[in-house]
Design a protein around this ligand. Structure first.
Ligand code: HEM
Length: 174
């Protein structure tokens, strides 16, 4: 998984729980305590998963769901909207951002070897209800939902998100 994701995790944990807890997380995930992630790093997938699903919840005393939700909020509101601001231009709502997401992920990672961003298929169920099929060998639909909630916060919108299966979710934008 790309370094930018880990850089955001690093900032989030330090900001919320402090530098000492982050050092414990690094050591728990197999890094030196003074390791610093770089945006263009290519981090081993198993390490990313261990960090998010085991080490951070245990060191910071939060659940995996709380970890994903905190990341989803941080990723959109404190990270992507600043680091990747051009992608937000022209997106006036969560709907706009979600519909642009497949393009964003593809174009952002096309020149990065080993990047395998999720691919999305969209289908309108009715005027305000979008079915999103999430295709990724990583199986992180719960993370997808947490990031979508972060986007809802960014656009100050009440979204209703329903997980239909491990590949399909429905977002009600009404
Ligand atoms: C401008 C906004 C965004 C940027 C710049 C961005 C960028 C990225 C990048 C660089 C990765 C790592 C890809 C890799 O290492 O192969 C990633 C992964 C991911 N992104 Fe985004 N993203 C954005 C918004 C979103 C939103 C709004 C969602 C969900 C609603 C989302 C869902 C995910 C998920 C679930 C992954 C994990 C990888 C996987 O499932 O295979 N992203 N994103």
């Amino acid at each position: 998984m790309k370094g930018t994701v880990h850089k955001a995790i690093e900032k989030l944990v330090i900001q919320t729980f402090g530098a000492e807890k982050w050092q414990q997380c690094l050591v728990g995930a197999g890094f030196d305590e003074d390791h610093v992630f770089m945006m263009n790093d290519d981090v081993d997938e198993a390490t990313t998963m261990k960090l998010v699903t085991q080490v951070i919840p245990s060191v910071c005393n939060i659940t995996v769901q709380q970890t994903l939700d905190a990341f989803g909020q941080f990723w959109i509101n404190d990270w992507a909207s600043k680091m990747y601001a051009p992608y937000f231009e022209g997106c006036k709502s969560t709907k706009d951002l979600i519909l642009k997401l497949d393009f964003i992920h593809k174009s952002l990672t096309e020149n990065i070897p080993n990047a395998r961003p999720p691919r999305l298929r969209y289908e309108w169920v009715d005027t305000n209800r979008l079915a999103v099929t999430y295709v990724s060998e990583r199986g992180l639909i719960d993370l997808f939902i947490s990031i979508a909630k972060g986007a809802g916060t960014y656009y100050k919108e009440e979204l209703k998100i329903t997980k239909k299966s491990d590949q399909v979710l429905e977002i009600n934008f009404a």
